[in-house]
Design a protein around this ligand. Sequence first.
Ligand code: TEU
Ligand code: CA
Length: 557
Amino acid sequence: MTDKWWKDAVIYQIYPKSFNDTNGDGIGDIAGIKEKLPYLQNLGIDAIWISPMYLSPQVDNGYDITDYRLIDPMFGTNEEMYELIELAHEKGMRVIMDFVGNHTSDKCLWFEESRKGKDNFFSDFYIWKDAKEDGSAPNNWGSSFGGSAWTWDETRQQYYLHYYAAEQPDLNWENETVRSYIYDMLRFWKGKGVDGWRMDVITSISKNQDFPDNDRPLTTKNQQNGPRMHEFIHEMNQEVLTPFEMMTVGESPAAKSHDAHLLVAPERQELDMIFTFEHMHVDRVPNDINGRWAHQALDLIMLKRVLSSWQEELRNKGWNALYFENHDRARVISRWGNDKEYRYECATAFATVLHGLQGTPYIYQGEEIGMTNPEFSLEEYQDIELVGNYRQFVKERQTMTHAEFLKAVHKLSRDNARTPMQWDNSKNAGFTTATPWFKVNPNYKTINVDQDLKQKKSIFNYYKALITLRHDYSILKNGTYELLLPSHKELFIYKRVEGERAWLIVVNMSETIQSIAQVTDFITEKHTFILVNYQNRKALDDDIQPYEAIIIEQWEK
Ligand code: TEU
Ligand code: CA
């Protein structure tokens, strides 16, 4: 049996709103994606994953869907979407769409009907509960965007559940009709040529029907990995994914390396890959009252430990999805590196660490040119998560000051990745001729695609080289993984071995020069350099420079 296509693939994520505007309304669109397909083809990627473009009031930038089968006019038409899929296929790229199955928009017809009463066809499409005797919510579950996960509905005289905004009511997967409607919708898009799905918070679809309180109010602990999660995912797999050969990558906030195989082991027939959050928490103060905003400096040893545990635990048992950035994450070089003095070195160093691993690498738009976090003032941000959390932590609980919150936002906010793509140094970075829906990072005059491609030190070209390596050398796909110097605070070194071939990936994750003697022991006398981010690296006599990355092939193991 031939291997699955996605094991040889590098996937590029497009956040359509911020990618490329062609009709001058300040919002990226389908025509804009079409226009940039040659750019993506030049980068060498195998597939694009596009964040939601369905009909939506945009309370959460399209993750609140009114109709799963309609493209929102702000992005274009359904016809244009079908053409985009065809065009991408002609250029040898597959298309992954975003499946937001945990919730819909409150403007979805299903919800509008459901809230009308307890005895219509759609009544049980969502999760409705009576108030407690004192009128309060059924339990203390929290919304990720701040406040309670329950909202009172005047018409129906009941509370409904929403893990995210009140405008994103959670679907009731216990209801078979809901599930069959969803499977049908997935088949509909298969009919249009879609090759696979990124599944938004798929691990939240099953709810513990006892609805037990969380040990701390307004947190989300009991709201993941519900009792029927595996059953529902397996059913969806059998109904749609396996028969129609659709690739999946599920978002799985609570999975740990040791239990990830339950979702991705091929024989279980659930998902192909999952996005873990574990390595995204290595700069978070554990169990802090301020949750995701409790920021601390990156612990490199922990990052190495987490990434390595996923490599080891899924070896021969499943497959990793590799990422540092997406539309919910800050720019990695601003978050964990140095995006000023060492922007090129840092961007290429992080890329080397990630793309050297076993799994399918994901590149988020702009990552390939080293885009950075902007440092806006609070009013300039838009993300509903940020706004809701500001209210909860600064205004209501007062566990953070305005200044502390803003500092955390500059490091961690989802909006860091959502500024418009920087194409060139013309007004608004070539993203739009109008006023963009979200402010462009003012550094676009120097950081943009045009500029990067002219540089000798081009981040884009380095990514291109990494992608070429993945396509040309099976060692990146199949090779074993071994972490070296696990307790080193600055160096990230690992070894990949396949048959007679052995590669050493050496990356200095710091600004401090590291003595080369620390690694020469691991390197055989006969060796060649496969890829380097310091052009003058031709031998092993110089010390390792700040954020230097080296991939070395050795002749003997
Ligand atoms: O994200 C789920 C999720 O857990 C994040 O929103 C989380 O709040 C963030 O990573 C910071 O901790 C998915 C989508 O990717 C996101 O854009 C949506 O807002 C969310 O689901 C609701 O659909
Ligand atoms: Ca537009």
